[in-house]
Design a protein around this ligand. Structure first.
Ligand code: SF4
Ligand code: SF4
Length: 314
């Protein structure tokens, strides 16, 4: 949502049903809030979840659980669309047949040290905005006040910035900045970029969320036939998930917005065009085959009794 949209919403909507306060707050805004084991609503927020995940959230959790990114995505997430053009996002998949988080236990969060950014921020919401005439994004916050959450009645005041420090979101925001900028850029570019082809969305999904598959892609001959990756960079990104993730964000900027990041191999463009031509020829050949089959079926003599194997009329 950009600033204009947010202001319009705040102006036009009384926010009667929304738990989000219709104000953009700064980091030094004081809030009254405390969450602890003795609150009567303990675990209420984790019992009914709607939690979008960032690439860094997934990286932390899959490593904690010792799973591959594909295994994590399959067991703990479901896909949704981040924008009207179908840019793919993923959210936490609740427990089977319920609405609670799969990581919720009686004592609270079983992955607390690696819980996602959205869980850390709650009840603050992070709003990233970028005007189309600005290169960098701006950050503001909103306060989410849901009836079930009694933490707002606890007698503790602190600023949003102090709350962010306490919850350890700085690291999460820093590691996700490149990805958030990509999304903002895509949204603020709007129709100028247009609806991306399906292959771009697939590339975005793999690079953002399925890091282990992206690693295999970067190591593949077709990637290395197309791009020049310095040996030191390759060694670094293959050994370090966070470096690979950052490399992926830059690679996406190149793929989606033509911002040069990697140099192409000599003749890569021609090779890619040749591959596309080859693929197009094979699609045309398949279509011709299908059409021929339809023609053959259309003009083949009427089936005679018995052709179907039923023995015909008695
Ligand atoms: S990850 Fe932890 S904090 Fe977040 S919804 Fe699940 S149980 Fe709650
Ligand atoms: S106080 Fe709010 S955040 Fe804490 S457990 Fe209750 S509902 Fe969740």
């Amino acid at each position: 949502m950009d600033e204009q949209e947010f202001n319009n919403l705040a102006k036009d909507s009384p926010f009667v049903e929304s738990p989000v306060m219709p104000n953009m707050l700064e980091g030094d805004t004081p809030i009254q809030f405390r969450c602890h084991r003795q609150v009567k609503c303990w675990n209420a927020c984790c019992s009914n979840i709607d939690i979008p995940l960032t690439p860094y959230d997934i990286l932390r959790l899959k490593n904690r659980l010792n799973l591959s990114s594909a295994e994590f995505l399959q067991q703990y997430t479901y896909p949704y669309e981040l924008d009207k053009d179908g840019l793919p996002g993923v959210k936490f998949q609740p427990v089977e047949g319920g609405t609670a988080c799969q990581f919720m236990v009686e004592e609270g969060c079983s992955v607390y040290e690696d819980r996602p950014a959205a869980c850390r921020y709650y009840p603050v919401a992070l709003l990233s905005m970028r005007r189309s005439d600005e290169y960098t994004d701006r950050t503001a916050y909103a306060l989410v006040q849901e009836k079930h959450c009694l933490g707002h009645q606890e007698p503790r005041k602190l600023t949003i910035e102090e709350y962010r420090q306490e919850q350890g979101v700085n690291d999460y925001d820093e590691k996700s900045r490149g990805w958030r900028q990509l999304i903002l850029k895509k949204k603020s570019a709007g129709p100028a970029v247009g609806k991306p082809p399906q292959i771009s969305n697939q590339l975005f999904f793999m690079t953002s969320y399925d890091l282990d598959r992206f690693r295999a892609f970067v190591m593949s001959p077709s990637f290395n036939d197309s791009y020049i990756v310095p040996v030191e960079t390759m060694a670094e990104i293959l050994a370090d998930d966070e470096k690979l993730m950052e490399f992926g964000f830059n690679f996406l900027k190149q793929s989606l917005f033509n911002e040069e990041f990697l140099k192409e191999q000599d003749g890569a463009f021609e090779k890619r065009r040749a591959r596309l031509n080859e693929r197009a020829q094979s699609i045309i050949a398949e279509m011709q085959k299908d059409r021929q089959k339809m023609e053959d079926d259309k003009y083949s003599p009427d089936p005679k009794p018995g052709d179907c194997g039923c023995g015909g009329e008695e």
